[in-house]
Ligand binder design. Sequence first.
Ligand SMILES: [Zn+2]
Length: 635
Amino acid sequence: MSEFSINNVGVKVGLEIHQQLATNKKLFCNCVPTDTEEYSLKFQRKLRAAKSELGEYDPAALFEKSKSKSILYYANPESSCLVEQDEEPPHELDDDAKRIALIIASALKSEIFSEIYPMRKTVVDGSNTTGFQRTMLISQGGSYEVEGTTIGIQSICLEEDAAKNLGDEGIIRKFGLERLGIPLVEIATDPFEVEPQHIKKIALALGRILRSTKKVKRGLGSIRQDVNVSIKEGGVVIEVKGVQQLDQLEKVVEYEAKRQQGLLEISKELQKRDWIHDKEKDRKDITELFSKCKSKIIQNAIKKEHKIFGISFRNMEGMFGFSPYEGIRLGKEIAELVRFFGIGGVFHSDELPNYGVEKIDIENLKEFLKIKKEDAFLILAATDKKIHIVIEQIISRIEFIKKNGIPIDTRLATVNGETKFLRPRPGAARMYPETDIPPIIVSKKELESAKENIPKSWDESILELQTKYKINLQLAEQIFDSRYIELFENIIGKIKTNPTFVASILCSTITNLERKGLDSDLLKNEDIFKLFELLEKGEIVKESIEIIFENIMSKKSKSIEEAMKNASIESINEEDLDKIIKDIVDKNQEIIKNQKERAMGPLMGIVMKELRGKASGEIINKLLSKNIKEKLENN
Ligand SMILES: [Zn+2]
């Protein structure tokens, strides 16, 4: 195994940012894009045919179809209508979405087309009820600056967001329609050569240009980034989808570059081996042979009446476990591919005996398949219907790696910063014209208006926040990058309060609770606003805010009122407060006697236990110290 160094492989990166726009309706209908958990409507569809209107077959579609899923859609009439259900043609393009897209294109100095042609892009995973996504190429070219480096823009599209994946249940995949049709801007950068640690800055700068328009959605899922990775010798660009956090970009790019370089090494090694797969001789049903195998996976498969197959690979000894770099192996590539078909696992000869597969099983298998010392083998379990499809896929993937190096996949970023097989990359047959919508004209007036509305730069916006609200740089950046900037300005505009205090509640307090695993999506902007109102009226104290947030974000309460009741938050007047504290002081005379003034510390703990959230810390502090003093004087 050799040490991998990303600086030696000539890595190139391209970003593809998908940003939801903050419009009041969807792209091609009047539905309001709101999140929902209630679905009064449910309907089922089979996956659409893989053939596009031009009559060509799409490899990704065929591949997806071989998984034979049924799709179940969940809908709420408030956030979806007959358009999303594909029972009614699309309405006119939403003007607001068009306007915002033109502003973004202008801000990125991209050349806007005077006529825009809506297209259909084949979608094969069921995330669109129609089987395609509507997309419009708005502009081409352009650039933006990041710390003195110019990043080129390839294209900007305005398109519909897909339905929300609600998870799989057996062969049924579930989607919610509330997100389907929300306007989305897709921005693709030119590929750039970069040291991995700078990628985050480049993505962040693009996100900030978008947020400067104040017309884009904030929060979880409102911005998604894909990253295209290639290496100099590889010759292919691999698209990695679903990078959740910018912090992940560096790791994902490094892993993907390492994987690609590793595949080239694996390819070289494969070329040295004299291997050809023989359909008749090299794959055999071993269900009977393995009926007594102690592996749980094998036994579970037999219980489900799956077939167990052994596949021999002549002259491939050591190939599946061969690891040019840490974590990169042919065996791993095969395992990912197999998992895509919903098959739990595949055993290869380099990892056995293990997982309950014993030496005796292997000896039996070797005899049955006539496997020699210089050969390798795989053991695979799947339904009768699936098993040959999967074996074909495995064989053709290994053949491809041997002959060409890196297979052209679409991949998915994992939480630990690796990438895994998602599906083969769709072919060019994927796009065809949308015949339900006429071409869209961009007038001179619209172009001029977009140019006039190019937002201030991020730096200017931050400076403005700092001077207008007298908050420090760090807080200004935090609040501007957060999803609460509009709420912040709204609160300061309408309620007499301290901007620094509001900003730090919206940034630090909520972020800290998120870090504890609580869900800030449960916290509605109206509720936050109301809390600052209650605070201003003196009906709650500062300290209560975090308690109420915690209550709502942990699902203990649905509203402020409920949270206040649950946490027994009430504002106690100073007179009653004094009585309670005096009472506690009386009960703990011993501590005061022993520790004199230093009793403040331990007593504060006792008092706060009882009064947390019911009075401000300052008043409690004042009254406690007064009561201790009195006690000391009287004794
Ligand atoms: Zn609708």
